[in-house]
Design a protein around this ligand. Sequence first.
Ligand code: IPM
Ligand code: MN
Length: 368
Amino acid sequence: MSDKKVIVLPGDGIGPEVLREARKVLEEANRHFELGLVLEERVAGGAALDKYGEPLPSETLQACRHARGVLHGTFGGPEWDENPSHKRPLTALLNLRKELDVYANIRYARPFPALLSKAPLKDELLEGVDIVIVREVTSGIYYGPKERRSSGRSFRASDTMMYADFEIERVARRAFEISQTRNKKLTCVDKANVLECSRLWRKVVRDLHREYPDVELEFMYVDICAMQLVLNPKNFDVVLTSNIFGDILSDEASAVLVGSVGVLPSATLGEEGQTSLFGPIHGPVNEIAGKDIANPLGTILSGALMLRFVFKEEKAAAAIERAVEKVLDEGYRSAELMTPGMIKVGCMEMGNLIAERLKSIAGQLKQT
Ligand code: IPM
Ligand code: MN
C-alpha cells in the first residue's frame, strides 16, 4: 500500500464535474499544507461498463486496494437502467464497499448556519443540531440473496435482509467509540417489533454496551426515528443503524436538517490501516450533468474527511471546511441551494471560490 496514494473515481452524471472541483480543492490543500498526496484517476460505474463491460474492472479495484483513500463521485444513468444488477453502474460502489470491507459509513448532519433558511424546519429546531449517522454498508438487504421468478404471466421478486452477529458488532463498536468522543448518547435504530434481523441487532448491541457503560444507549424503531428526526433533531447524537435504514434516514437528515443532500459528505471506514472510501451521498442527477450547475460541496467536504480520517491532517481538513463555510457565509450558492438574495454560481466557480479561500486560510495559518 502506497502511503500517500489516493484514487479518484469520477463515475457518471454530475460525478466527473463535482469530483473535478473536489480534486482542485484537494490539490490546493496538498500544496499549501505540503501533504505529499498523489491523486490518480481510475474508471468505474457506467463509464467502465461502456469501456470494459463491467462496473468495477479488476484494475480499478486493485488500484483502490493499494491506495490509502478512494474519493468517488456518483454512479448511474438512464442508459444502464435496464441492465441486470451485476451490470449496473451502482454495483461499482456496492462491490467496492464489499471488497474493501469498509463496513462503517459515517454521515454528519450538522446544519451550516448560512443554509438554515434553506432547510424546511424552523431555525430554533435546527440550531445546535449535530448528528452522526453510523450506517452498516457491507451487509443487510443490499447484499442478501435476491431473485426474480416468473410463473406464467406473474412475477415474484425477493431481496433478503441478513446479518451475522460479527457484522453488527464491528459497526456497533465504531458507533460506541464515536459516541465516547461526543455526547455519549447512542440511538440504535431498527424495526425490532417486526424483523428478526433487528432483534439480533438489539442483542448484539446490548451485549456490547457492557464494554461502554459510559455511553447512554437507547433503541428506537425506524418509523419513530424518521418522525423524531424532524420533530426533535436535537435529541440525537450518534445514530447506529443497518444498511437500508441508514440510507433512508441519512437522506432525510441531510435534506431536512441541512437543507440538501448535496452538501453532506460521507466517510466509509473499515479496520484501521485499510483503504477507506469517501464521497457524496447524492446520486448522479443525470438531467443536469455537464451543465456546470451541480453542487460540488458534498464531494469537496468528503475530501476533507479523507484528510482527517486517513491522513490525520486535521489542520488541512478543518481549513477546507472553513473555506466552504466562508464561501457560503459570503452568499455564494449552487443553483440547488439558491434562496432569494444569494449569489448563484456554477460548479466550477464554486470550486474556484473554495480553493481561493482555502489558499488564504492556509496563508494565515502559516503566519501564526
Ligand atoms: C448512498 C447511495 C447508495 C446507497 C447507492 C448509490 C448504492 O444512495 O450512498 O446513500 O444506497 O448506499
Ligand atoms: Mn442513499
